[in-house]
Design a protein around this ligand. Structure first.
Ligand code: GLC
Ligand code: CA
Length: 733
């Protein structure tokens, strides 16, 4: 065989799979090339950071930090243990094989745990067509399920969901087709912003359990071949974090500079003002005055969420140490909260006036995608997350973790701006959540978006956004995070579908197909798989627990009272909007069964349960082949069976159609047609009479005909109200 096989042995490594400790026998097994530190040195030309290189036309190898006990005998045992990264490459069998056809399957042994990653796409690489699932890294094929822990399942009857509750539902998630769980924050927190205000990053809030419970949950997740990622909230901490307590205690405290403090400004009349005019996302000034030291601190969100000062290297080191704490414990990666606002504009200048007359102005122009943000994320990657980066023997870093990263990047509409976080060559994040679809129905006041107030949207706008991102910088390896719900948005069926009794099931299924047949990593939010909808308009403001809703309500009602001279004011219009737009709709308890409180808890739930749970719950849908849940399971399975849906090229058709959204996906092996009728009225899709072999297509799944292979007959597809169909053809010639 025309390749080298090396053995990997390590005296301290008892847990490693026995296969990994023996020399690869090229006669009987697929050929492996093991990239060791020694080989790495020999192939200096190979790019750092996991990029693939083709050598001598016979093997594709990775630059990895493996070791070979002979080559690295100078390293201490301890260092070797820390360097148990070996990358195996399966290469072609014969000298004449075409290197293009190399089967690329990689295994990485990390501290004894095998991780399959595969191919030249560890960092993305060009978004290739014609791939099989094993050609893609695991995080591209993954289905991620977001859990909002406080509302998922209460195991001990106190009204709050908890870690043991999640652990008891793992089979449900596995069965659904989930690969990765993302937990919204479960760290110690006063819950001023539902845990996005952390007072101890390295402990679990007692409401949710203990670190031991977390270990136990992780074990259950890994045992089922799934992964667990945590929410990393490091733009700000809680004001109850010890770092902040110290910071505010004294101007000379060593942690003073860990947050962003500035002296007041005084006007001519001697009245004290904040250092600039920035408005907080949750209303009011973005600065809070602290009388104790006579200075203000910056909080882009609540006063209870002071912004950390990322310009301070000690802050960054502390965050990296904390990330390693979780990764070393076995966490598989992070969703990074508002990661694009870590760096603020130099000098913290006033924001431009977008709403004249308001004391405070929307300031994301000065805090989103700021001057040093990419520097910080690159550093984070290099020091914590990278695969195949430098190995620093005395400091457990880097390449041991094959960590998943998705950044939350709000306030950004320029695609180029977001590309910088994602493009593989930049080595920052695997993907980001961009919010253009989510922003579609936000009202606009002045130049500001007001997410809690509803605005009409139309299909042409949706098409434009989806198509832009599905085709965006594919050749450079841009990769999408595809989602239609999360804990910050109302339910998708109430928003983009039709949640009335007649159309709810159909439109929820249509939205499932809408999401799953788009390229990218898939994200589902708890309850989305059941077609859960917003809670009703009849609920009063007292049912809205989110501080974003409460603060907006208080602000508007105060303004109106001022005008009315203190008399009662009509707020029904605001409630109309909240019924459509509040974050609260995503945060009510999960609907498990028809028992009291939807089976979520035996106590009084922390938030009221939606009223439709007797008919709309997981148990009932699990026993119904026609349910939204059953449909999600099927489409997630289809996506895995047809990788063209994960990474194939995208082409929109019938762009001008006002009601039908349709697109083609294509790879070297297959092509698909997604057809979605966004409305109650029936509609016809006229297929072009170009050379496309439409009749090769077979119906794979739809929400009216759930089975049967129905080819496209003739040149038109007739769709009933909210009908969706996915056609697949394996004929690409
Ligand atoms: C993110 C979270 C949101 C939170 C905010 C402040 O947008 O998703 O829930 O309120 O950050 O941390
Ligand atoms: Ca509980």
């Amino acid at each position: 065989m025309p390749f080298k096989a090396a053995s990997i042995q390590h005296p301290n490594d008892e847990t490693r799979s026995p296969n990994a400790t023996t020399t690869v026998d090229s006669a009987n097994s697929p050929a492996f090339l093991v990239v060791t530190q020694g080989l790495k040195n020999a192939f200096e030309k190979i790019d750092r950071g996991g990029e693939a290189a083709v050598l001598d036309g016979e093997a594709v190898i990775f630059d990895g930090g493996g070791f070979n006990s002979e080559d690295d005998s100078s390293l201490s045992q301890d260092a070797l243990v820390r360097q148990q990264l070996a990358i195996f490459r399966q290469v072609n069998e014969g000298p004449n094989a075409d290197t293009e056809e190399i089967v690329e399957l990689g295994f990485v042994w990390v501290l004894g745990r095998p991780r399959v990653f595969a191919s030249d796409e560890v960092w993305g690489g060009p978004t290739t067509s014609g791939t099989s699932p094993t050609d893609l890294p695991w995080w591209k094929t993954a289905v991620v399920y977001q859990i909002y822990p406080i509302s998922f399942f209460d195991s001990n009857g106190d009204g709050f969901g908890d870690l043991n509750g999640i652990a008891s539902k793992l089979d449900y998630l596995k069965d659904l087709g989930v690969d990765v769980l993302w937990l919204s924050p479960i760290y110690r927190s006063p819950l001023a912003d539902m845990g996005y205000d952390i007072s101890d990053y390295q402990d679990i809030d007692p409401r949710y359990g203990t670190l031991k419970d977390w270990d136990n949950l992780l074990h259950g997740v890994h045992e089922r071949g799934m992964k667990l990622i945590m929410d990393l909230v490091v733009n700000h901490s809680s004001d109850e974090h010890d770092w902040f307590t110290q910071s505010r205690s004294d101007k000379s405290n060593p942690k003073r500079d860990w947050y962003i403090w500035r002296p007041p400004k005084y006007d001519a009349a001697g009245v004290r003002h904040p250092p600039n005019n920035w408005k907080a996302v949750f209303q009011g000034s973005a600065w809070e005055y602290d009388a104790h030291t006579d200075e203000y601190y910056l909080h882009i969100y609540l006063p209870k969420q002071p912004d950390l000062n990322w310009d301070n290297p000690e802050v960054r080191e502390a965050v990296y140490r904390m990330m390693k704490f979780w990764l070393d414990r076995g966490c598989d990666g992070f969703r990074m909260d508002v990661i694009n606002i870590l760096s603020k504009a130099d000098g913290l200048p006033d924001a431009p006036i977008s709403v004249p007359g308001d004391a405070y102005q929307h300031a994301s122009i000065h805090f989103a995608n700021g001057p040093r943000v990419h520097e910080h994320i690159k550093e984070m990657h290099e020091k914590v997350l990278s695969i195949g980066g430098d190995i620093v023997p005395d400091d457990l870093t880097l390449s041991e973790y094959d960590a998943f990263t998705v950044g939350e990047t709000p306030f950004t509409h320029d695609a180029e701006e977001l590309a910088a976080y994602v493009l593989p060559k930049n080595k920052e994040l695997n993907m980001v959540f961009q919010f253009q679809v989510m922003d579609l129905d936000h009202a606009v006041q002045g130049q500001d978006q007001v997410p809690l107030i509803h605005k009409e949207w139309n299909l042409a706008q949706l098409k434009e956004i989806v198509t832009r991102w599905q085709t965006f910088k594919r050749d450079d390896g841009f990769w999408n995070a595809t989602f239609t719900e999360n804990h910050d948005h109302p339910r998708s069926v109430s928003r983009f579908g039709d949640d009335s009794d007649d159309w709810r099931v159909l439109s929820a299924k249509l939205l499932a197909l809408f999401q799953v047949t788009q390229g990218g990593t898939q994200f589902l939010f708890q309850g989305q798989e059941l077609g859960l909808k917003n809670f009703p308009r009849t609920w009063g403001i007292e049912e809205y627990k989110d501080v974003a809703s409460q603060n907006y309500w208080d602000k508007v009602s105060a303004q109106r009272k001022e005008i009315s001279g203190g008399k009662d004011v009509d707020m029904s219009d605001i409630l109309n909007d909240f019924a459509k737009k509040a974050r609260d709709h995503a945060r009510v308890p999960m609907q498990w069964n028809p028992n009291p409180n939807a089976g979520f808890t035996k106590a009084t739930p922390w938030m009221r349960v939606n009223e439709d749970y007797k008919a709309w719950n997981a148990e009932r849908q699990a026993g119904d082949e026609e349910s939204v849940l059953a449909f999600w399971k099927k489409v997630l399975k289809i996506r895995k069976e047809h990788p063209v849906l994960i990474s194939g090229e995208y082409e929109e058709i019938a762009h001008e159609h006002e009601q039908i959204f349709a697109w083609i996906r294509r790879s070297n092996e297959e092509w698909t047609l997604t057809v979605l009728n966004f409305g109650k009225a029936s509609a016809t899709l006229q297929l072009s009479s170009d050379s496309r072999p439409w009749s090769d297509l077979k119906l794979e799944i739809g929400n009216y005909h759930s089975t049967g292979e129905v080819p496209i007959a003739g040149d038109a597809v007739e769709l009933k109200g909210w009908e969706c169909r996915l056609y697949i053809s394996t004929n690409v010639n």
